[in-house]
Ligand binder design. Structure first.
Ligand SMILES: [Zn+2]
Ligand SMILES: [Zn+2]
Length: 365
């Protein structure tokens, strides 16, 4: 009898021994690393990770560009996989479900932002999927370049059957980051929308704006991207380094979705907005340089705005929206063994448009 009880306990316990690729310092390459995931708490689901998208933030945090990184760190916050175990209090998911985990894994759950389903703006700060102290035990969260993860069901979303799980992965960051501000700032059918930059975020922004019925223009610095942009369905392309093209676009746009993650001159873009137009930053977190001319806002009642990912309800919404409208992210699938080369190419902008790691490859690591 006692032997049987022990046996059933062993079966129920979660195997936390996790394979991953991690950075041991800001100058190290990503390399195999084994660590222990926590045992699931009552509201947790354990997930076998099948795919993980590769986001520019992975690189920034990995290289400690934002100054808070503790090592070793396992990046990755575009995670799709199957539920392998659920805690006693879990009600929304069962073993075998295809699910996703995005940029955050916890928040205070009690503040006004959390109550509104805007956990990314939690007044106490969200717990990020990797590199954040866990709110319960203080351990450092580790991300999706790994074979399993344990997450509270509140921070898990369901992957619709219609979506290919590999292409769904980047929707969890790149997708919701571009979808959320278009919705929040009221972009609607017939609006003229300019998308600045055509990387992982920009190409998703183009798809959403088109699906919402907008007339979409890509702003790109590179003449070489004009044909590519047209293939992606944009109505117009403006080469932003061409002053004549920029001048010809003066006061023509309702919205600009600015995906550029490095400092750039906002003034010429602002001047392409109509009065009451809105310039939305989703990539830039550093100071604006060169300086902003206040008159470019004041004289036309323009709005300069920002937006960070999306809350949990909206992360589910974007997945459902993509399933309904047949929107996918264009991906290049890689094995985890090629991740360092992928980071290099991502830094040079040489990816169309998102790398996704096939986590089966980790079994060969
Ligand atoms: Zn991201
Ligand atoms: Zn909160």
């Amino acid at each position: 009898m006692i032997t049987r009880l022990r046996f059933s306990c062993l079966i129920a316990s979660f195997d936390g021994n996790t394979r991953s690729y991690a950075l041991k310092s800001d100058s190290a390459d990503l390399a195999p690393w084994n660590f222990e995931r926590r045992q699931p708490r009552p509201d947790d689901v354990a997930i076998e990770i099948l795919y993980c998208g590769v986001c520019h933030s992975d690189l920034h945090v990995g290289r400690n560009d934002w100054g808070f990184t503790q090592y070793p760190i396992v990046p990755g916050h575009e995670i799709v996989g199957r539920v392998t175990q659920v805690g006693d209090d879990v009600s929304q998911y069962k073993v075998g479900d295809m699910v996703g985990v995005g940029c955050m894994v916890d928040s205070c759950r009690e503040c006004s932002a959390c109550h509104e389903g805007l956990e990314q703006y939690c007044l106490e700060g969200m717990t990020m999927t990797y590199g954040s102290p866990d709110r319960h035990d203080g351990s450092l969260t580790q991300g999706g370049y790994s074979d399993r993860i344990v997450v509270s069901e509140r921070f898990v979303v369901s992957i619709p059957d219609k979506l290919d799980p590999a292409v769904a992965a980047p929707l969890l960051c790149a997708g919701v980051t571009t979808y959320s501000p278009l919705r929040h700032y009221g972009v609607k059918s017939g609006d003229k929308v300019g998308v600045i930059g055509m990387g992982g975020l920009g190409h998703m922004g183009i798809k959403f704006a088109k699906a919402m019925g907008c007339e979409v223009t890509l702003f790109t610095r590179s003449e070489a991207k004009v044909a590519e942009a047209r293939e992606n369905g944009v109505d117009h392309v403006i080469v932003s380094s061409d002053d004549e093209q920029m001048a010809a676009a003066t006061e023509t746009f309702d919205f600009l979705l600015d995906t550029v993650p490095v400092p750039h001159d906002l003034n010429p873009y602002l001047n392409t907005l109509k009065y009451d137009g809105t310039h939305i930053l989703v990539g830039l977190v550093q100071e604006v340089d060169p300086a902003l001319q206040g008159g470019n806002l004041v004289m036309k009642r323009r709005v300069l705005a920002g937006s960070l990912i999306g809350g949990m309800p909206e992360t589910q919404e974007v997945l459902d929206y993509c399933a309904e409208h047949d929107i996918t992210c264009d991906i290049e699938m890689i094995d985890i063994q090629n991740i360092n080369e992928a980071w290099e190419r991502m830094q040079q902008g040489k990816v169309k448009y998102r790398f996704v790691i096939d986590m089966q490859s980790l079994k060969n690591a």
